[in-house]
Design a protein around this ligand. Structure first.
Ligand SMILES: Cc1cc2nc3c(=O)[nH]c(=O)nc-3n(C[C@H](O)[C@H](O)[C@H](O)COP(=O)(O)OP(=O)(O)OC[C@H]3O[C@@H](n4cnc5c(N)ncnc54)[C@H](O)[C@@H]3O)c2cc1C
Length: 427
């Protein structure tokens, strides 16, 4: 019977290498290098490129990809365990070739790009020579992609795109965008839009603003973009006309699991900081660690973290088992919906236990609290993922016209008597 929680020794060796590498070489770079998408920045080139070489030399580059694209084709459980370590740093995913949104965009290009597009966009993207962005959300709506307003109309051998996009992460550094636009506004809601490659330098692509997330996002990493008569060649349509929703699904599968394990890792760091703080902070005659309300915070954090970790690993295991994301949609939605609350609750406790230090910008906690809200918005708000989970759950429950269901006690008793009634003493 296969039911165990151990990593095989061969893969454990790789995890041990990653652990030492991240601790000794990646973590110091994390506090020095600029934004991870600014791949042409001289500091990025000096600090990140040598580390990427080491990862490649250890055959750990872009492990989520199949061997045809230079990866290892690792299953989701292995990737989850790797991301649990890599996620301790912001720059880590770039050093291991799996940073968002490039990893998802690469999946789209690998599936739907022409040979020429793979050479022009995919190859340099996989090599982290360029970065990219994904433009779906618009200023008037994000949760419901059926109400998008940007349009693409065919004009000879070109598509002409008009409209606005909001919160396109990393767009300011992107060589190209993958843009969703309506190609059949009168069609059924999920067959109205298509996906396009749009090189950022195409005439008509305008940055209205670089929007910042709170005050710590000094770069303004979220692009507010306007498209005015932007012409892209006809073959820059990805995955067929009006197939934008199907294409969008391509990029979400494993990415959510990797993100969840990076969150586990981040929360473990926060819990570690909490423990270190209370172990050595002294107040009102004793160590903070002796106060029961403090101990409860630690225990709650540990329990919530381990519960979530098991949910994520079980989901990863199910993906590997079924090899079909559609069979695990509900589990993936559960992971996505549970993730923001985990980080929020642990970050808030860590902030509180660090007192005034906790709210200062010399510690990471305020950023972690904001990050927990980002987890609940980016890639769709929590409410939508809960709806998706509930829909999957309810598929197993057909409606019935019986007013009294079979779990109604009188019915249960009747059935039980039919089986065991003869054995009972008459009353
Ligand atoms: C840091 C960050 C990065 C992002 N990066 C990208 C990116 O790269 N590309 C991109 O296209 N988009 C990106 N987004 C946008 C993200 O996908 C949207 O913010 C998200 O889908 C919500 O859309 P909205 O902001 O328009 O909110 P709205 O659609 O206006 O929704 C507002 C709120 O209403 C509630 N709500 C919505 N629907 C329901 C419902 N059915 N039931 C109950 N409550 C509901 C939720 O609380 C939701 O947060 C990013 C967002 C963030 C915060």
């Amino acid at each position: 019977m296969a039911w165990d929680f151990e990593t095989d020794p061969e893969f454990q060796e790789k995890l041990d290498w990653i652990e030492a590498f991240v601790t000794e070489e990646v973590e110091p770079v994390d506090v020095l290098v600029g934004h991870y998408a600014d791949v042409k920045n001289p500091n990025y080139i000096k600090l990140v490129r040598p580390l990427q070489k080491k990862v490649k030399a250890n055959s750990l580059w872009a492990c989520h990809l199949g061997p045809d694209l230079g990866g290892q084709g690792y299953g989701q459980v292995k990737l989850a365990l790797m991301n649990e370590i890599i996620g301790r740093t912001v720059i880590g995913p770039s050093i291991f070739g799996s940073q968002a949104p490039d990893s998802g965009n690469a999946e789209i290009l690998a599936h739907y790009g022409t040979a020429e597009q793979k050479e022009r966009y995919l190859a340099p993207l996989l090599n982290n020579e360029i970065s990219s962005a994904f433009s779906m959300t618009e200023p008037q709506g994000g949760s419901d992609p059926t109400i998008l307003q940007a349009t693409a109309t065919r004009d000879g051998n070109f598509w002409v795109i008009n409209g606005e996009k909001w919160f396109s992460s990393n767009a300011r550094w992107a060589e190209f965008l993958i843009v969703m636009a309506q190609t059949d506004p009168e069609g059924p809601p999920h067959e109205r839009a298509s996906m396009f490659i749009v090189p950022t330098k195409t005439p008509g692509v305008e940055f209205v603003r670089h929007v910042s997330i709170a005050s710590f996002d000094k770069d303004g990493s979220e692009g507010y973009l306007r498209f005015t008569d932007v012409r892209v060649p006809a073959d820059h349509l990805l995955g067929g006309e009006n197939k934008g929703f199907a294409v969008a699904q391509t990029r979400l599968g494993g990415g959510r699991i990797h993100h969840a394990m990076r969150t586990v890792c981040r929360c473990r760091s926060l819990l570690d900081m909490m423990c270190r703080r209370v172990a050595s902070r002294f107040t009102q005659g004793e160590s903070l660690s002796r106060k029961q309300m403090v101990q409860e915070k630690l225990a709650d954090s540990w329990i919530e973290l381990e519960q979530f970790r098991l949910l994520v690993l079980r989901t990863a295991w199910l993906i590997d088992k079924h090899k079909d994301y559609r069979k695990v949609i509900g589990d993936i939605a559960a992971v996505k919906a549970a993730m923001p609350k985990l980080q929020h609750d642990i970050a808030v406790r860590a902030l509180q236990l660090h007192g005034s230090h906790g709210v200062s910008d010399e510690f990471p906690f305020v950023q972690d609290v904001v990050a927990s809200f980002i987890l609940g918005l980016a890639d769709g708000p929590t409410e939508i993922h809960k709806l998706s989970l509930a829909r999957q759950m309810l598929k197993r429950y057909p409606t019935t016209s019986d007013v009294f269901p079979d779990y109604h006690l009188p019915q249960r008793r009747e059935r039980a008597l039919a089986i065991y009634g003869d054995l009972l003493d008459p009353t």
